[in-house]
Design a protein around this ligand. Structure first.
Ligand SMILES: *[C@@H]1O[C@H](CO)[C@@H](O)[C@H](O)[C@H]1NC(C)=O
Ligand SMILES: *[C@@H]1O[C@H](CO)[C@@H](O)[C@H](O)[C@H]1NC(C)=O
Length: 433
């Protein structure tokens, strides 16, 4: 409606399909996956489909794949194998992992000191950049027509580079990502400044774990047009995030599908990816571990119990998957209550999905029970503030535990939640057997 009115006023030709165009939270006309590039199953919305606003994307994709096939000749099928793996990951991974933020991405400015270090590193060493060699059949970037280059941050042959520089970059951005995710983080990966060249495309994907809580910094560019980073938000819609030098995009790289499907119009775009993973401690509880660190033999904390990713992890680690109804993945809100994820809960509390804060699962557990079992006082306070019943009981017939009894059982009488709940008149109820 709104758009067709604008079209009329501006005297533009708008097709009737525009009238139903969906707007994303930036207020821009948007679309879901498989419109700009294949994300889930390898198909793209056809150019004559009224919901395809981007024209003939199939032709662009066919050309992209032909580039890979021609480049690898006899080994062309390796390109198709990578593509299938990319779609599979995009489908499986986001639903299988713990998200730590409500939106999944956010643009800020990089800390000035970090940007300065990176720009200097780039200017000093640009002439010694190395052409990147990608694994056979890799389809994430079209390096066969638009090569990428790397100016490594730890290569001590380069001026000013080395572990010292790398350490300063890690430390410079870490607090920002910790603040954003609410989790204590540790480094997982950073190479250096990657330069993309004219025509470059980065296929939309979710990062391989443990690249979890990440950021991209635009270090330098020479472009005729902004080169948008396309991400699919929590609403499933596409967002173009544009970046100027010094801009930093924070993103949950293990769950947020991100790419640059529109060919780079410009000579180069140089950026760095910096990836962290959560240690398992909440930021505000640095001193008291709330989740145990996963050893090599234990599934990492960011994989959701009962998810397809769990089954994959179990298979790969030679463990038997026990399929039971109890292994059903927790919904996001109870999961957040269980792990003390205040960011996400505060988001729900102020959204039109508030009711989920009190939703019972099939066993009669509400988020307040999860939070009490987890011993998360801040979460319980928030839930109470938004109307949680402190004496509600678990169980199909509400004949199970009350929040107070869950705290006492799991954390003892001295836990601060005990005093808090008692001050509100909470009672101890145990399961009636
Ligand atoms: C993103 O940018 C491309 C290229 O400029 C444009 O065609 C597309 O409509 C934009 N998408 C959104 C969601 O704004
Ligand atoms: C995590 O976020 C991604 C996108 O941002 C979303 O697709 C996915 O469903 C979320 N995961 C869960 C378990 O809610």
């Amino acid at each position: 409606m709104k758009l067709s009115l604008i079209c009329t006023l501006a005297g533009l030709m708008c097709t009737s399909s525009n009238a139903d165009q969906v707007l994303n939270a930036f207020g821009e006309p948007s679309y879901g996956v498989d419109v700009s590039f294949p994300v889930h199953y390898g198909n793209i919305l056809a150019k004559d489909d009224p919901n395809q606003p981007l024209g003939d994307r199939q032709a662009l994709y066919d050309d992209y794949m032909k580039g890979c096939h021609d480049f690898y000749g006899k080994r062309a099928s390796s390109c198709d194998v990578t593509e299938e793996d990319r779609w599979d990951m995009s489908l499986r991974q986001p639903q299988s992992v713990q998200n730590y933020t409500a939106t999944g991405f956010k643009k800020v400015r990089a800390p000035e000191r970090v940007f300065e270090l990176l720009s200097n590193h780039w200017t000093n060493n640009q002439d010694n950049k190395e052409k990147e060699v990608w694994p056979t059949g890799n389809t994430y970037v079209n390096y066969w027509t638009s090569p990428t280059y790397m100016v490594n941050v730890e290569d001590s042959k380069l001026r000013g580079a080395g572990y010292n520089l790398k350490g300063k970059i890690w430390e410079g951005v870490k607090p920002i990502l910790e603040e954003w995710t609410g989790m204590e983080l540790e480094p997982s990966s950073m190479y250096g400044v990657r330069e993309y060249t004219r025509g470059a495309i980065l296929a939309p994907h979710a990062d391989r774990m443990p690249l979890i809580s990440s950021c991209i910094i635009n270090v330098a560019q020479d472009v005729e047009e902004d080169w948008p980073l396309e991400v699919f938000g929590r609403d499933g819609l596409a967002y173009n995030v544009t970046m100027q030098p010094g801009d930093m995009v924070l993103y949950e790289s293990h769950s947020l599908i991100h790419g640059r499907p529109f060919p780079l119009k410009g000579n180069y775009f140089a950026n760095i990816f910096i990836h962290f993973r959560p240690t398992g401690k909440l930021l505000r509880e640095r001193e008291t571990p709330v989740l145990t660190d996963a050893g090599d033999d234990e599934m990492p904390i960011w994989i959701l119990r009962g998810s397809p990713e769990e089954r994959k992890w179990m298979r790969e680690h030679g463990k038997k998957v026990v399929e039971s109804p109890a292994a059903a993945p927790l919904d996001e809100v109870p999961q957040a209550a269980q792990t003390g994820n205040m960011n996400l809960l505060s988001y729900y509390a102020t959204s039109d999905k508030k009711h989920l804060l009190h939703k019972k699962d099939v066993n009669g557990w509400q988020p307040i029970h999860e939070a009490s079992r987890g011993g998360h006082k801040e979460v319980v306070e928030l839930l109470v503030q938004y109307g949680a019943d402190i004496n509600s009981r678990t169980g199909k017939y509400s004949d199970g535990y009350s929040p107070l009894s869950l705290v006492i059982q799991n954390h003892g009488e001295d836990h601060p939640l005990v005093e808090y709940l008692r001050s509100l008149g909470a009672q101890e109820f145990d399961e009636e057997l």
